[in-house]
Design a protein around this ligand. Structure first.
Ligand code: PEP
Length: 255
């Protein structure tokens, strides 16, 4: 981490805790993390829990993200949720291009860029995910793949430096219990920041680059100490308020 940027600790609940259990988890997170004033905290419940979770978090330091959105504002898109619906629900953030959406639901570099543009335009803060598969890493293609994914939206987030965050999430580390080592993560984070610097020094200095992939209380200290790691996007460990808040406590202690 770097004192110039506030740490951002975010939790992606995926398809878990959609109702009363989501409200309970959000309330537990807010209580456990109430004193962590040096860091920013975001939780991303499923769509059905957004409104009650926003209500439960009113007056706390925890903000709410959606896990995806459709780029169009309204119309015949059965089963989809629009940016203005997210704003109306009280979301401040939206996760875009998560590897599960790229792998299973047809998100591409082009659709992620389109959604990022719309999110920036309507005032939602995107957390845009990038990351290589195991096969891509093993053939030595990590930096090329991440750079290609980043290039699709980098100039879009340059419109408002610091508004969006980028999450580096190696696909092989998501939900597997295998995290990238600090050197592996730092190498990719440094490349991302260098690429942002090609666009503008302000963009590079202000953009928070999060690490995601089996981030937990056990490995958070080493990863969050990397100079270009500005926080985390956490899946499994975000489902337990105790684990999520411990990662927050570590971020708070480093910042
Ligand atoms: C994620 O889904 O974004 C994620 C990083 O999951 P996990 O922490 O479980 O690997």
């Amino acid at each position: 981490m770097n004192a110039a940027r506030r740490a951002l600790i975010s939790g992606n609940w995926k398809m878990n805790n959609g109702g009363a259990s989501g409200v309970q988890l959000a309330s537990d997170v807010a209580r456990a993390m109430a004193s962590f004033s040096s860091i920013d905290i975001v939780v991303a419940p499923p769509f059905t829990a957004l409104v009650p979770v926003v209500a439960a978090l009113k007056g706390t330091r925890v903000e709410v993200a959606a896990q995806n959105m459709h780029p169009k504002d309204k119309g015949a898109f059965t089963g989809e949720i629009s940016p203005s619906m997210l704003l109306e629900a009280g979301c401040k953030w939206v996760i875009l291009g998560h590897s599960e959406r790229r792998a299973m639901f047809g998100d591409t570099d082009a659709t992620v860029a389109e959604k990022t543009k719309v999110a920036m335009d309507v005032g939602l803060r995107p957390i845009v995910c990038v990351g290589e598969t195991l096969e891509e890493r093993e053939r030595g293609d990590t930096l090329n793949i991440v750079k290609r994914q980043l290039n699709a939206f980098a100039s879009i987030i340059a419109d408002k430096p610091g508004w969006a965050a980028v999450a580096y999430e190696p696909v092989w580390a998501i939900g597997t219990g295998k995290n990238a080592g600090p050197e592996e993560a730092q190498e990719v984070h440094a490349m991302i920041r260098a690429r942002l610097a090609d666009i503008s020094a302000d963009l590079a200095a202000k953009t928070r680059i999060l690490y995601g992939g089996s981030l937990s209380p056990k490995n958070a200290d080493a990863l969050l100490r990397c100079p270009d790691v500005d926080g985390g996007l956490i899946g499994g460990a975000a489902l337990k308020a105790e684990d999520f808040s411990k990662v927050g406590e570590i971020a708070q202690s480093i910042s």
